[in-house]
Ligand binder design. Structure first.
Ligand code: SF4
Length: 208
């Protein structure tokens, strides 16, 4: 015999949704571009600024990912890493100054190694190009030599050492601001929260 309970779910909801609601005004700010915007479809950035509430999610898979991040960050903290470290830089395009913001999952202040944690339901096609690119942008922003990209999936724990490669940050920002690349990857629209209101939506072609 049982009755429905909501004690834990409500606690998770308050934390997970509360953190997203707190960020709403920042998501509308036209001066702020996140590092994750630089490695994604440029049109998402423009739609997110107009419809930020559509980004709020309480999907079990994303809650699981958040909890996994928190757990691994705690392990890394006990190994001397700083976790959830915010970084930012500035890029000027024309007369406008953009703040480029990122948040490192973990950073070792002694070795200057940046750690990016990814959870995924699938172990296919690892490491993923946009994750490598995201970590490389962090390395460029910090002028750090190398980072570790770690994946935890239901059947794998694998990590990749990524060396810094020079990037043209201004060009990446310009692509986003001018809305040049939409989508950036053929799979991107299928997973996009804006696909029902997006003029550029492209259905992924199945292989023949
Ligand atoms: S549906 Fe596709 S093109 Fe439109 S914003 Fe999303 S990823 Fe970009």
């Amino acid at each position: 015999m049982y009755k429905a309970a909501t004690v834990i779910t409500e606690a998770l909801y308050r934390r997970v949704v509360g953190e997203q609601v707190e960020k709403m005004s920042e998501l509308r700010n036209t001066d702020i571009i996140y590092v994750t915007d630089l490695v994604a479809c440029s049109h998402k950035y423009h739609l997110r600024r107009k419809y930020p509430e559509l980004t709020i999610s309480f999907e079990p898979s994303s809650v699981l990912g958040i909890l996994l991040h928190k757990g691994l960050e705690e392990v890394l903290m006990s190994e001397g890493y700083e976790v959830e470290k915010s970084i930012e830089t500035y890029v000027e395009i024309g007369s406008k100054r953009y703040i480029i913001k990122g948040r490192l999952d973990a950073y070792n202040p002694n070795t200057r190694v940046v750690v990016e944690i990814k959870s995924s339901r699938s172990s296919k096609d690892l490491p993923r190009g946009h994750h490598v690119e995201q970590l490389n942008i962090y390395l460029n922003m910090l002028n750090a030599e190398s980072g570790i990209l770690v994946y935890i999936t239901p059947d794998k724990i694998v990590e990749y050492s990524i060396q810094r490669e020079k990037i043209d940050l201004k060009n990446l920002v310009k692509n986003v601001v001018d809305d040049i690349v939409h989508p950036r990857y053929s799979w991107e629209c299928n997973y996009c929260i804006f696909k029902k209101i997006c003029t550029y939506y492209v259905e992924e072609q199945k292989p023949q």
